[in-house]
Design a protein around this ligand. Structure first.
Ligand SMILES: [Mg+2]
Length: 266
């Protein structure tokens, strides 16, 4: 297990980050803002993280965002974000800025691909007890967490096989899920979009899952990437658990406020 607490190198990185002109703090939700919950609808932000994010969102030249694989609807339900927090859902396929959702419009080809994806996942799931299929606006997710390990693994293989010939369905492995999307979107594209709309000079991005690696790969020199938990990563920093993100966000909010206050008085 990774050690708990804020590593010294991350502490220095947060100090540098607090002093940039325009700052974007973008966090994955599950496993970062919220501990992983047994049932997806039970996930909630750690109170310290929610408080720090709200404080950062209220500071000048500072933006906050949740960048999640969840559908926007599900993300809003569990995260209860304030209107200032920018939201990326479905790994980048859905966007909410300033509390306004940009509608996701699928073309006829994408709608047909979604129907085929739905039918395939339902067929596989019906033969794999304990698995279930989540519906998202641009995709479907085959969940295997509650199935026997072997049953779940075989279901993922079967679903991949059946969809192998389709070039209009994009598959992603996550933690005990196989996700299919008919819109090609990654967290890296989501972050690039947020960088553009906020004109941020630096981004902090934290994530815990395989799909967050696209986000870490989209980071640049002055950005800070934080991987939560074990596993290979392209992130420059690592912490052990969501509680360490709570500590890091609390520290960043304090440093940012101090920096902005000192700047105003000079
Ligand atoms: Mg996550």
């Amino acid at each position: 297990m990774a050690k708990s607490g804020i590593p010294e190198s991350l502490r220095s990185a947060l100090e540098r980050l607090a002093a940039v002109d325009r700052l974007l703090v973008a966090l994955d939700f599950d496993g970062v803002v919220s501990p992983i919950a047994e049932r997806a609808e039970q996930a909630r932000p750690l109170p310290e993280t929610a408080a720090a994010v709200a404080e950062l969102a209220g500071l000048p030249r500072t933006w906050t965002a949740f960048v999640s694989g969840r559908s926007l609807e599900s993300l809003v339900e569990v995260a209860s974000p304030d209107r200032r927090t920018l939201l990326i859902g479905s790994h980048g396929a859905e966007v909410r800025l300033d509390g306004e959702e940009r509608p996701l419009a699928l073309d006829p080809d994408q709608r047909r691909a979604l129907e085929a994806l739905h039918a395939t996942f339902m067929e596989v799931s019906s033969e794999a007890p304990g698995t279930w299929v989540e519906e998202k606006p641009a995709g479907r997710v085959l969940h295997t967490r509650q199935a026997d390990t072997e049953v779940g693994a075989a279901a993922v293989v079967a679903a991949r096989d059946k969809l192998a010939a389709r070039t209009d369905v994009f598959l992603k492995d996550g933690k005990q899920v196989l996700e299919g999307s008919v819109v090609h979107a990654t967290k890296g594209e989501g972050l690039a979009f947020l960088r553009q709309v906020t004109e941020a000079d630096a981004i902090l991005f934290a994530g815990d899952d395989v799909t967050d690696e696209d986000g870490f790969l989209a980071l640049k020199n002055d950005d800070v990437g934080i991987k939560v938990g074990d596993g290979d990563t392209a992130a420059g920093h690592r912490v052990g658990a969501p509680e360490d993100i709570a500590d890091s966000m609390t520290l960043l909010a304090r440093l940012r406020r101090a920096h902005l206050t000192s700047k105003m008085s000079t």
